[in-house]
Design a protein around this ligand. Structure first.
Ligand SMILES: CC(=O)SCCNC(=O)CCNC(=O)[C@H](O)C(C)(C)COP(=O)(O)OP(=O)(O)OC[C@H]1O[C@@H](n2cnc3c(N)ncnc32)[C@H](O)[C@@H]1OP(=O)(O)O
Ligand SMILES: CC(C)C(=O)C(=O)O
Ligand SMILES: [Mg+2]
Length: 512
């Protein structure tokens, strides 16, 4: 059987150290429950000595969570450790995580302690914590900037005191993958009792290398626990992103050869919950959990994915909790993706010529609108079919002017029986001016019974779909036009209705 990689989630502790990410007790409980569903091995629920609120949150989580170990952080002193033990009392499985800085800079400037004092305090802390639980983790804070000889002394001592996990912290994201991994390897080789503890990595993302450093710690250093957070939340630039580590290890099992207990289908729900509670939006291009992580916008990729998904996808969207991958239709899409979407929408076009015409209209629209939704496609095809049904009147272009205090005017170019006409008109509003302009040439004498505008999709980029109902000589027809510019959509709708009034079929069958 392969080794197991322990996933230690610290969203509720280091994640909460992100400025602005503070969470209430109820919010922490909701996240803890989702982390349990995700099947993380350890949940670091907070820092019990930090505040009464943090203490209560840890205590509540310790009473609720059954399948994951619940952990509290504590400085290397009796007060913090006692508070952690008290908060964790209800837990079925509990861990006390104690830490003290080992780098010369932190010892001298921050702790104002000598290395010998730090060594002594680390030993005492682990010894004290072991009175409450066998599961004690020790972190040399700022480990990656610490002296190797001193680290060897401290780590050997705390393992002797009963620390069962050694978490080698790259507190300020100073590590570089090869060097960080090599430091852990060297420590494990040099410390005689190193195999009595599980080695862990805890990396920050100050140089954008938290995940790479963590994985180097695993592969080069032999670490078997990764400390990480959902969406990479955490102090400053954040921590190692859980979703990235998990999916790297799962997807490249050939390389890592490690088992995980994670239910990956819970990753996206966890990401959304954390983002919603903290108000930290996930960037669209974020690996695994970003909205674009499984979206394809360019024709060559869309064509590849439609033929064989793994041409451009190394994981399945469903495996991480998305409902499906996305083919995003837009100006870079090709005919194959467009055709496939028409089929999915149940729209059958009769010939290649019709498909090509609808495709060119779609491309024209996509040049003006960054994302094309299904409703846009339905409108494009309907528009195309209408224009092919009857082409006596055909829209060409429109310019309109309206300014507060001035009467709106419009200039419309359209073809009537193949002949291009340019006409101008004024009206109460730009739509009225457009209809009046068309009527200077069309002279239909039709009465406008209804004018309605619908946004086809949401947002101000949406296409407007205009319906105009005209009546003439007892016949009533509807014309529909769609365009991101609703005045253009109105001109198209009006001309489409005029086409219906003009068509023989309409005259023979007024129900059409
Ligand atoms: C790398 C990390 O992520 S470490 C974890 C960071 N998380 C937090 O800080 C949690 C929130 N913190 C807090 O609520 C507070 O800082 C507390 C409750 C922990 C301490 O508050 P205070 O007692 O007011 O101390 P303050 O925060 O001002 O200073 C920290 C003190 O702890 C000492 N200290 C820092 N780390 C450690 C340690 N690992 N072990 C023992 N003492 C430590 C500092 O030297 C300083 O001591 P001093 O007061 O004698 O100078
Ligand atoms: C408490 C420790 C593990 C920490 O968060 C860090 O060093 O970054
Ligand atoms: Mg940290």
């Amino acid at each position: 059987m392969a080794d197991k990689l322990i996933i230690f989630d610290t969203t509720l502790r280091d994640g909460e150290q992100s400025p602005g990410a503070s969470m209430t007790k109820d919010e922490k409980i909701r996240i803890a429950k989702q982390l349990e569903r995700l099947r993380v091995d350890v949940i670091e629920a907070g820092f019990a000595a930090a505040s009464p609120g943090d203490f209560e949150s840890i205590k509540a989580i310790a009473g609720i969570i059954k399948d994951s170990t619940v952990c509290s952080l504590s400085r290397a002193n009796d007060r913090d450790i006692s508070r952690a033990a008290e908060a964790l009392a209800p837990a079925e499985r509990k861990r006390i995580h104690t830490f003290i800085a080992t780098s010369p800079l932190h010892m001298e400037k921050k702790l104002r302690m000598t290395p010998d004092q730090v060594l002594e305090q680390a030993k005492l802390a682990v010894r004290f914590a072991r009175q409450f639980t066998d599961d004690v983790e020790f972190s040399p804070e700022d480990g990656s900037r610490s002296d190797m000889d001193f680290l060897c002394k401290v780590i050997e001592s705390v393992i002797n005191e009963g620390a069962r996990t050694i978490n080698f912290a790259d507190t300020v994201g100073y590590g570089v993958p090869e060097l960080y991994g090599q430091m852990i390897k060297t420590l494990r080789e040099r410390i005689p009792n190193s195999d009595k503890a599980v080695w862990s990595v805890h990396c920050h993302n100050d140089l954008g290398m938290a995940v790479a450093n963590s994985l180097a710690g695993v592969v080069i250093g032999g670490a078997r626990q990764v400390e990480c957070t959902i969406n990479g939340l955490g102090e400053r630039a954040g921590n190692t992103a859980l979703e990235e580590v998990v999916m790297a290890v799962r997807t490249r099992r050939d390389h890592f050869g490690l088992d995980l207990s994670i239910d990956t289908a819970q990753i996206v729900p966890a990401s959304k919950l954390v983002s919603q509670i903290t108000g930290f939006a996930v960037q669209p291009n974020k690996a695994v959990v970003g909205a674009n992580a499984f979206a394809h916008a360019s024709g060559i990729h869309q064509d590849g994915v439609l033929k064989a998904r793994d041409t451009y996808e190394i994981m399945r969207a469903e495996d991480v909790g998305w409902t499906a991958n996305k083919i995003v239709l837009g100006k870079l899409s090709g005919r194959n993706a467009f055709k496939q979407r028409l089929e999915e929408l149940g729209i059958g076009l009769e010939s290649e010529t019709e498909l090509n015409a609808a495709f060119s209209r779609f491309k024209e629209l996509a040049d003006r609108k960054s994302e094309i939704f299904d409703e846009d496609i339905i409108a494009v095809v309907a528009d195309e079919q209408h224009s092919h049904d009857n082409e006596f009147y055909r829209f060409v272009s429109l310019a309109q002017r309206s300014e507060t205090g001035e009467r709106p005017s419009a200039k419309v170019v359209f073809t009537m029986d193949g002949k291009e006409l340019s006409c101008s008109g004024e009206g109460n509003g730009p739509v009225d001016a457009t209809v009046n302009a068309i009527e200077t040439e069309a002279r239909s004498g039709a009465e406008l019974l209804l004018f309605s505008v619908n946004a086809i999709t949401t947002g101000t980029q949406s296409q407007g779909e205009v319906t105009m109902r005209l009546s003439k000589s007892g016949r009533i027809v509807n014309g529909v036009g769609a365009d991101p510019d609703i005045v253009v959509a109105s001109a198209k709708a009006y001309l489409s209705a005029l086409n219906k009034l003009h068509s023989k079929a309409e005259r023979l069958n007024p129900q059409l």
